[in-house]
Design a protein around this ligand. Structure first.
Ligand code: NAD
Ligand code: ZN
Length: 358
């Protein structure tokens, strides 16, 4: 088992990474300072079928309520948020109840937001089931989407603990593994060259990683996220480094239509783009070709889809990141493990977008 301490300024908690932990929730819940009066398990329609029974097995002595949302990003909506609150009220959850977020980033984000706002905030724990959720379940950003923007309605609200069972990855489709792994190697790129080199050496097939390597990979990735959250919980400074690859990544997701490409796969193309821009502006030399080769072997597309339009992408990037004086603030890379935030001219961005679309 790996245990990682997250020392966010507003709360300290632990992330436990252990195969089979999903069946041992009762043991961990019993460690909470105040025993919960009831549990509200929030999950999605796919995870419900795969894991809800296993989770409930150990909890049969507790009063349990369930809220199941349809699988997918569209569920981070006002409608589902209201529905979950209605179940919470009808079930008479009180201030000592505990919300259990069982699922990927979508469930973690909406369940966390329900927890942050129900009766002005009740406790919740994260039980992530996707690889991407090593990122989203740690750090306390919880949110739902507004029709005008993703994650626009939310809060910073930390969980009591995170219980991470890597055996859940065995049922994840390969594109979801790629989506999550992008956030893992991104942590290496922004913060830790040794970790990145280790991943490069160890990970040759995302569907076939030794359990011990998975645990080590999750541990280091979560440690990096935790260290950034400790330094800057509310993203007034270095937490923005986590956005490496996201300026273009978000624009690709939006322009293709959400769900056409997973988040991490779009971010991967965004990272390669950010590296191209970095080489020009920071006059550095980055191992872009080597990275592309490795990512292609892992099944990622490393090219911008040719149906996309450079000007349209730039416009979307501008609206996402609040452009100022003809520049967009972007995370750039000096070398592996060292990044910085810099304003980049729209003309430079357009030039590189056009090059990638040639
Ligand atoms: P997700 O929760 O939609 O999960 C992806 C798909 O996998 C879904 O269809 C889900 O039903 C299914 N699934 C989940 N676990 C499974 C399992 N073990 N086996 C088989 N299928 C499984 O998406 P995600 O990629 O986990 O998370 C994306 C969301 O996370 C986005 O909404 C994003 O905004 C959010 N996010 C939040 C943060 C944060 O800091 N809060 C960070 C990154 C991303
Ligand atoms: Zn991301």
């Amino acid at each position: 088992m790996q245990v990682i301490q997250v020392e966010a300024p507003s709360k300290t908690y632990q992330v436990f990474v252990k195969s089979g932990i999903i069946k041992e929730l009762a043991t961990y819940i019993a460690q909470l300072e105040k025993k919960p009066t009831s549990l509200f398990i929030i999950t999605d329609s796919i995870v419900e079928k795969l894991y809800l029974d296993s989770v409930k097995q150990s909890l049969n002595h507790l009063k349990i309520y369930e809220g199941i949302i349809p699988s997918g990003e569209a569920s981070k909506s006002f409608e589902q948020y209201e529905r979950l609150l209605t179940i919470a009220l009808q079930s008479q959850l009180d201030r000592h109840s505990l919300i259990v977020a069982l699922g990927g980033g979508v469930v973690g984000d909406i369940a966390g937001f329900v927890a942050a706002t129900y009766m002005r905030g009740i406790r919740f724990i994260q039980v992530p089931t996707t690889l991407l959720a090593q990122d989203s379940s740690v750090g306390g950003k919880v949110a739902i989407n507004h029709p005008l923007g993703k994650n626009m309605i939310g809060a910073f609200y930390q969980p009591e603990m995170v219980l991470y069972d890597p055996t859940c990855f065995t049922t994840l489709p390969s594109e979801e593994l790629r989506s999550g792994f992008a956030e893992v190697y991104k942590h290496g790129l922004i913060n830790d060259e040794l970790f990145f080199d280790w991943l490069h050496k160890e990970i040759t097939d995302l569907t076939n990683i030794e359990p011990i390597v998975i645990e080590e990979m999750l541990k280091r990735s979560i440690e990096i996220k935790a260290s950034i959250v400790k330094a800057d919980e509310k993203e007034s400074g270095i937490r923005a480094y986590l956005n490496l690859g996201h300026t273009l990544g978000h624009a690709i997701e939006k322009e293709l239509g959400y769900g056409k490409m997973t988040h991490g796969e779009a971010v991967t193309i965004g990272i390669l783009f950010a590296m191209n821009v970095s080489e020009e502006l920071l006059k550095c030399s980055l191992p872009i070709q080597e990275l592309k080769l490795w990512l292609s072997k892992l099944g990622y597309s490393t090219e911008l889809p040719k149906i996309l339009n450079s000007k349209q992408l730039l416009n979307t990037m501008k609206s996402d990141k609040k452009a100022e004086n003809g520049t967009i603030n972007m995370v750039l890379m000096r070398e592996i493990g060292k990044v910085c935030l810099m304003p980049v001219k729209e003309s430079t961005l357009l030039k590189h977008l056009e090059k990638m679309l040639e």
